[in-house]
Design a protein around this ligand. Sequence first.
Ligand code: 5AD
Ligand code: SF4
Length: 459
Amino acid sequence: MEQNVFYIKTFGCQMNERDSEIMAQTLSSHGYHESMNYQEADLVILNTCSIRAKAEQKVLSLLGYLRKAKENKPSMKICVAGCVAQQEGARLIERMPHVDLVIGTQQIYHLENHLQRVDLEGSLVITGLLDNYEIPQFLPEISQLGRVSETLSSSPAPRPCSRFVTIMQGCNNYCTYCVVPYTRGREISRKVNEIIEEVKALAEEGVKEITLLGQNVNSYGKTNTVKETGTKYTFTDLLKEVSQVEGVVRLRFTTSNPKDLTDDLMRSFRDVENLCPQFHLPVQAGSDRILKKMNRKYTVSEYLEKVDKLHEYCPEIALTTDVIVGFPGEEDEDFEATMTLLEKVRFHGSFSFKYSDRSGTRASAFVDKVDEGVKAARLYRFQNRQDEISLERNREYLGKIKEVMIEEWGRDGLRGRTDTNHIVHLNNCTADYFPGDIVAVKILHAGQHSLQGEIEKID
Ligand code: 5AD
Ligand code: SF4
């Protein structure tokens, strides 16, 4: 039987979401059809994440579950892609013999070829990482736009409005806890003209909001991109160029390492009109001693100086961060320093995690691991305080009129987002609004994780 229905489950970061889109596009152009139901699929792809042990466990348990699905439908092919595939390679097939194909992070572009080989030769593992390769150009197709947001299908007229554009891959920083340099390889920047071409294609299809993606966007241009004049292109140069593409109403980017955050880039929040006043700036820890052990290459006071500058250039900027608690050797006083940092910056929101050992990283060999119970207690305290601060921050919007971009129709009505990246639930929605529309909204309620408001009637 010809295999032509595929299902993709994506774990992890936005980079993986974009990679899943590329795989879907590759398959569609070869006559496959996407299904949102794995049971009717001939090909099930898991695009995986290995950033923390928990993410990896989720993949393994789903694979265990798929063994039964395959028993009921032996023609089903199972492919594991992404970071777990990259790290585990052949070990995955040894543990899970029902897996047919394991492809590394740089192999997604050649998925169709690999599947053909599986048909001829049986199970296959391809996970080589190349140091200096060109990221192939994949212009988006309108049929692929919106595939991630399944909820859009209930909208009167689905109109995807926000997309990710990968500008670079890999990472050269080697933070001691992080698996990314091993799963994504060395840092490679895409060519400026190819990025612009992709953004233009998206804008022409009606996409209003672009998020530029990379593990460390601030070092964009250090590899593989040369300006016509011969000098290197910086991330700020790229940002300005993307901001000028007609139709780009909102521009965002993620993720940044504070050590590479230049004054030029911070000034863009003042000078680039469509750059949204929102910035995800992972700090990881509030103790210099721990930051040093993490190999982050900045101090707390340098971080705070940058936060002050950002506020100076863009007073309404909403800052978010990532924090790891219980890094090896973290004492009570180090954790207290993280709590102090939280009080000083009062982030609008944060993602916080218990340190998780990842094999191959330097920190996994550190001997002074923190007790799991201590980590859990610290995480609980940090998250509780963050929730309180997020609520206080969100209450600052009460009574204000904010511009909200409509995103989708959810179960409880229309949902949109402010330029500061706050989700807004809209009370008085009507079918007259579509994803991508920008409306003026009066904020009436503030919760920890979202706002609620009413679209202002313009008479
Ligand atoms: N343990 C816990 N959290 C981690 N992160 C990255 N590696 C680890 C790890 N080994 C977190 C960092 C990063 C985010 C994407 O995930 O905070 O910024
Ligand atoms: Fe997870 Fe990092 Fe891989 Fe993204 S790049 S999927 S966050 S391990």
